[in-house]
Design a protein around this ligand. Structure first.
Ligand code: UD1
Ligand code: MG
Length: 466
């Protein structure tokens, strides 16, 4: 998008968010895996403005830290200036606190910090309408089925903008209006500045309403336009946990729609939970109950049977994840097969064609190409080569009560069932481990290690050794 040299986008995120009934600041509540504020920053960034201002107040430090930590992963590269609003006395005061920043710009787009569904194209069109009409201000308005809680757009007899009336201040007649203020505006900065200085406290909480600036600008004979959008969902403001769930549902629908447009097969999109940043290849089949969280990337042609959970992981092409598989911060290369009920804990890598099966847990380990850990095993802090067969019930004893130790298993090792590897320990390539062994020292290449007590059979007549 072309650079907008004269435009600063100002996001208001200082409010207490009282209706959320949560100690977490409202803009940090997640929608499809990203904080609300991240969705807004991403949409603002894509407009290509000269700068973005973020007004913080309630939990200012936490807000600033979290946003700064997320910026690069959200792709926000425009200069971002934090502005602190000391008195939390309304959206008008929030913008007033930012005036020193805004002085450098001709135009200001103001966005509420609680509308995660807004889209860049809508903001861009609103800005074009502002420019094309040489307006003093533009407000984005939508007609909604249930306007409860929103500021109503009151129009004059000729249909032009007259004023915005907040829900709590509206009379019965005004409450019937279904056209609402989305909380997204563009202003000529000089007009906005003048209007802010004229604001008077309003309503039951004696707040300075940003919305009152529009009527003021109009009273100064500058054109104020209502930019209407058909897509009212974009204006959803999150003020409560119920509205948070509505935003989540709509965003999730958008995400699954995008994926299906890209060729992913999702027979029941209402029943899968895919975060906004996930990427999935064509013809991957996602069954109900799957959670694909964070920055997960899944290749083409994979099968995700039901109830698969994947977080911040990379899955290659043609991978089968059977029912109940749980994967965190791991890499699974092409043609692997996991589950049912396999668990990859962080920093695990499954090389091409590896298999991890029923009730096996892998932690911070490499499972080499084509190797199999199919049943009831725990493999932790292990480097395993290619073509290894790990028998059922094999355990790496990686923790001595104080420290973690490594197990190294070479290529084409055969591990019998129910083996313990007491780490640190190395098993060289092509060796075999007898079932039930507890391995405590080096097993050299191409050897057979058995470390278990001999069987004793007690017969009626006495003791007989095998
Ligand atoms: C606001 C609008 C309303 C609109 C609705 C759209 C006002 C007066 N009302 O109402 O017309 O229909 O959004 O969602 O603006 N904030 C601050 N500092 C403050 C107070 C609020 O930065 O002192 C921020 C909040 O963090 C929030 C935004 O301003 O991101 C709007 O505040 P909120 O309390 O959500 O206003 P609404 O009642 O939703
Ligand atoms: Mg709100």
């Amino acid at each position: 998008m072309v650079a907008k040299k004269n435009l600063c986008v100002l996001i208001l995120a200082a409010g207490k968010g009282t209706r959320m009934k949560s100690p977490l600041p409202k803009p940090l509540h997640p929608v499809c895996g990203l904080p609300i504020i991240a969705h807004i920053l991403k949409a603002a960034q894509a407009l290509n403005p000269a700068a973005i201002g973020l007004v913080v107040g309630h939990e200012a430090q936490k807000m600033e830290e979290t946003v700064k930590a997320g910026l690069s992963s959200w792709g926000v590269t425009a200069p971002l200036v934090f502005v602190e609003q000391k008195d939390l006395s309304g959206s008008g005061s929030a913008v007033k606190a930012a005036l020193p920043l805004l002085k450098r710009f001709d135009d200001v787009m103001v966005l509420n910090g609680d509308t995660p569904l807004l889209e860049t194209a809508t903001l861009d069109n609103m800005y074009s309408s502002f420019q094309d009409n040489e307006a003093g201000a533009v407000v984005l308005a939508v007609s909604v089925p249930d306007p409860c809680g929103y500021g109503r757009v009151v129009r004059a007899k000729d249909g032009s903008f007259e004023k915005i009336v907040e829900h709590c201040d509206a009379d019965a007649q005004t409450l019937l209006i279904r056209e609402i203020n989305s909380g997204m505006y563009v202003f000529k900065r000089s007009f906005l500045e003048e209007a802010l200085l004229a604001l008077k406290p309003q309503g039951p909480k004696h707040e300075y309403y940003l919305t009152d600036t529009l009527a003021f600008i109009k009273s100064q004979k500058h054109p104020v336009l209502v930019y209407g959008s058909q897509d009212y969902e974009q204006a959803l403001g999150v003020n409560s946990k119920f509205q948070l769930s509505q935003a989540e549902l709509i965003m999730r629908r958008r995400v699954t729609r995008r994926l299906m447009d890209e060729g992913v097969t999702i027979p029941n999109p209402q029943a899968v939970f895919v975060d906004a940043e996930a990427q999935i290849g064509a013809d991957t089949f996602i069954c109900p109950g799957c959670y694909i969280c964070g920055k997960t990337v899944i290749g083409k042609n994979c099968m995700l049977e039901g109830n698969v959970y994947i977080k911040d992981s990379v899955i290659g092409d043609n991978v089968t994840l059977k029912m109940g598989t749980y994967i965190e911060e791991s890499t699974v290369e092409e043609q692997c097969q996991l589950g049912p009920y396999a668990h990859l804990r962080p920093l695990s890598v499954l090389k091409k064609g590896a298999k991890v099966g029923n009730f096996s847990e892998i932690k911070k380990s490499v499972i080499g190409e084509g190797s199999k850990v199919n049943h009831l095993s725990y493999i932790g802090d292990t480097d395993m080569g290619a073509g290894v067969n790990v028998g059922a019930g094999t355990i790496t004893c990686n923790y001595d009560g104080k420290n973690k130790h490594k197990t190294v298993i070479g290529n084409h090792v055969f591990v019998g069932s129910n083996v313990n590897f007491v780490a640190p320990v190395t098993v060289e390539s092509y060796s075999k481990i007898g079932a039930g062994s507890t391995i405590t020292k080096l097993v050299p290449q191409d050897s057979l290690a058995i470390a278990r007590s001999r069987q004793v059979v007690l017969e009626k007549k006495g003791i007989k050794h095998d």
